[in-house]
Design a protein around this ligand. Structure first.
Ligand code: URA
Ligand code: CA
Length: 434
């Protein structure tokens, strides 16, 4: 087989066989195929597209390009959740304990974040002493015992995707539905989940800027999951404004704790119930969404989910006393209010821009080497649809550098659109694809 022929075939709009796709992935992963030929093929795929069969083959070839985790030693059906990424998305920290409190195993391999705020591991480090370093045996034992564990991502999970994603990033071939769907699903499949719940975000702060492309991506990923025997459900949710109120690592941890205490922001709690109920149904613990939702609400009302969080944090070496006393979480020195400059109704909060400002404060990384300041970020006080008067606080900046904190106030204000009339026609959840 020659790479040249694969490029030519796809360039001319023909379908690649399974063998051809496997050949490409295997030989690109071990560097037998140069970047320029891989780039040419990706560009041909970008223009000519791939059909469902090709996309599923690409997914499986990438999933098997490195380690595939064997979670068979974990009792029960393993359900994983994945978000396509947004601003202030704290759902994992809330869903994990809620779902685990129902006896469903949640075994997560997580990473550190690049972008607006840290990844789940960064956030969890807001608990002093928390660690994801553990042997495979301890990982399995923890999840069998307490049903919730977060481990660090192994270096060799879907290495083909790692290489191809980096190449797509610099060759303008990221935004192709087949390539995105196979990239995400290959990692989920390699990390061993039996079932997958996807949170596909749509809006300014997301990868998919409109509803149509979000549904298309969701349908593609659900089809891939089905074709490889992993039951998959996708929830299409709003990312046109940040989710919840907090953006920033320790701030989001506090928000997650508040939510598990029943005192969190409504949109965040509601999305957790929606995503969580699909996880519970896929795990076979409830007959329908309604029953699952009631079970999840009960884990919060009874305090069982909060207890589960404590158990989990303690098992991984973290200081669980900061869950009862959130004052113990790391805190920024300065809290600076951002005030409305006119009366009206909030029409828009530009999510991506707000996320970038939080990252500039130190809550996120621009490069892998950057060090995150866990304590800084932004806490919104008002959200879309709310009425405000001039002088009302819209948000608070949490900063350790006073000057830096004061500098972003204007930027945040600029990203709040205040209109004279009420309008809020964007739903939290656009729909479900199963
Ligand atoms: N996230 C991924 O992991 N891959 C993509 O291609 C896009 C988003
Ligand atoms: Ca949030």
């Amino acid at each position: 087989m020659r790479m040249y022929d694969l490029i030519l075939k796809k360039r001319n709009g023909e379908e690649l066989t399974s063998e051809e796709i496997n050949y490409f992935i295997e030989n690109y992963t071990n560097s037998n195929i140069p970047d320029y030929q891989a780039s040419a093929l990706l560009m041909a795929i970008y223009f000519q597209k791939m059909n469902k069969r090709e996309t599923a083959d690409l997914t499986m070839a990438m999933a098997h390009s490195g380690d595939v985790l064997d979670l068979s030693a974990i009792d029960g059906i393993k359900v994983d959740k994945h978000s396509t990424g947004g601003v202030g998305d704290t759902t994992t920290l809330i869903l994990g304990p809620m779902v685990a409190a129902l006896g469903i195993p949640v075994a997560k391999m997580s990473g550190r974040g690049l972008g607006h705020t840290g990844g789940t591991i960064d956030k969890l480090e807001a608990f002093k002493g928390f660690s994801v370093e553990m042997s495979e045996e301890d990982f399995i034992e923890n999840v069998n015992k307490i049903k919730l564990v977060v481990g660090g991502q192994t270096g060799n999970l879907a290495p083909a995707d790692k290489k191809i994603y980096a190449l797509r990033d610099v060759t303008a071939t990221v935004d192709n539905i087949s390539l995105i769907a196979s990239s995400i699903m290959s990692k989920k499949i390699a990390s061993g989940a039996d079932c997958i719940v996807l949170d596909v975000k749509v809006g300014e702060g997301a990868f998919m800027k409109n509803k149509e492309s979000a549904f298309e991506l969701a349908e593609e990923m659900v089809a891939i999951g089905k074709s490889v025997g992993r039951n998959t459900v996708a929830v299409i949710s709003d990312m046109d404004q940040p989710l919840g109120l907090a953006i920033g690592n320790a701030l989001e941890v506090k928000e997650a704790i508040d939510t598990l205490k029943g005192e969190g922001p409504e949109d965040l709690y509601e999305l957790c119930l929606t995503l969580g109920s699909h996880m519970v149904v896929l795990a076979g613990k409830a007959k329908d969404d309604k029953e699952a939702r009631d079970m999840l609400i009960e884990t919060v009302k009874s305090g069982r989910a909060l207890e589960k969080l404590k158990e989990f944090v303690k098992a991984q070496g973290g200081d669980e006393s900061s869950i009862d006393d959130t004052e113990k979480l790391s805190k920024a020195e300065f809290i600076i209010p951002v005030k409305a400059d006119k009366d009206g109704f909030i029409r828009k909060i530009h999510a991506e821009k707000i996320g970038i400002i939080a990252a500039e404060l130190g809550a996120g990384r621009a490069t892998k080497e950057d060090i995150i300041d866990l304590s800084v970020g932004i806490v919104l006080a008002k959200k879309r649809g709310e009425q405000v008067n001039k002088g009302d606080v819209l948000a608070y900046v949490h900063a350790n550098d006073k000057e830096k904190g004061e500098k972003v106030v204007g930027g945040i204000l600029n990203n709040y659109e205040i209109a004279s009339e009420f309008s809020n026609d964007i739903p939290l959840v656009y729909g479900i694809v199963r």
